[in-house]
Design a protein around this ligand. Structure first.
Ligand code: HXC
Length: 270
């Protein structure tokens, strides 16, 4: 299968400078790898990340994707050095949000595995993922206000939708960091585990999702995300169409047949 942006044949997983990647048990794993700068997100890192995500999205062997950093930092934000002397025109011409928009369009579920700092663009990148597993040491925050700006990659929108207006307002206006436990209590993340387990836990979640029928997983992700930009009426309509569509899939036949025959289904992604 080919895609507009890249194909399975035109990517060398070992060629990246700012990310490390691997594939295991139908999950793709991407590790941000700029440790000396706490994985600060510069343009080359973002370009590599999107290239790899796009490849994984079109690789039928991969059914779920885990995005992680290292123990000290998932990502401490966009690269401040790259922004310090930028003018609005520089920022417009840089057009970095084309990459962020592309991540939002990835069909396969994205699980963020977070330890240490997830700040500014790092927090926004985590929130662009579909689920978040965090270590007890994780620190989240939108500290852009301290730099004289505001979140630019969805922070004001996604944080508010996740934690509510009052909390989001306070976090964005003060720049205060918050803990993994708070993020859990506020509904931003899925689970908090000891630091030695966060990646394993994220992989386990990804593997469970990878064992499900891929077309149904894709429709489910699209339908849940639809909530954020539509009315209930349109969302229900969208869900219903997606539900009907799945009756055309072989995996629906297999799933229901397997249930009736009291055996495990074997999903083919068709
Ligand atoms: C560039 C960064 C960086 C960043 C850390 N570094 N964060 N470089 N951009 N966002 C670099 C430091 O300069 C330093 O490099 C090295 O990483 C280690 O960081 P330290 O500050 O020495 O570590 P520590 O004292 O432990 O403090 C950790 C920290 C602090 C609290 C996370 O680094 C920090 O406050 N970082 C900035 C967080 C932030 O404001 N993020 C929002 C960015 S704006 P050297 O070379 O000196 O060793 C943003 C906008 C998004 O994200 C817009 C949409 C894309």
């Amino acid at each position: 299968m080919t895609s507009a942006m890249s194909t399975s044949t035109d990517i060398d997983l070992k060629s990246f400078q700012f990310i490390l990647t691997s594939v295991e048990d139908h999950i793709g794993i991407i590790q941000l790898n700029r440790p000396d700068k706490l994985n600060a997100i510069n343009m080359p890192l973002m370009e590599e990340l999107v290239k790899c995500l796009t490849w994984m999205d079109h690789n039928e062997d991969i059914r779920c994707i885990v995005l992680t950093g290292n123990e000290r930092a998932f990502a401490a934000g966009a690269d401040i050095e790259q922004m310090a002397s930028a003018t609005p025109v520089d920022m417009i011409l840089r057009d970095q949000f084309v990459y962020w928009d592309r991540i939002r369009k990835i069909h396969k579920p994205l699980v963020a595995a977070i330890s240490g700092y997830a700040l500014g663009g790092g927090c926004e990148l985590a929130m662009t993922c579909d689920m978040i597993i965090a270590s007890e040491t994780a620190k989240f925050g939108q500290p852009e206000i301290n730099l004289g700006v505001i979140p630019g990659a969805g922070g004001t929108q996604r944080l508010t939708r996740a934690v509510g207006k009052a909390r989001a307002m306070e976090l964005v206006l003060t720049g205060n960091l918050f803990t993994a436990q708070q993020a859990l209590e506020w509904g931003l993340i899925n689970k908090v585990v000891p630091v030695e387990l966060y990646l394993e836990e994220a992989k386990n979640l990804a593997k469970t999702i990878a064992s499900k029928p891929p077309i149904a997983v894709r429709m489910a992700k699209e339908s849940v995300l639809k909530t954020f930009d539509t009315s209930l009426e349109s969302g229900l309509e969208f869900e219903r169409k997606a539900f009907y569509l799945l009756f055309a899939s072989q995996d629906k036949n297999e799933g229901m047949k397997a249930f009736l025959e009291k055996r495990q289904p074997e999903f083919q992604g068709r």
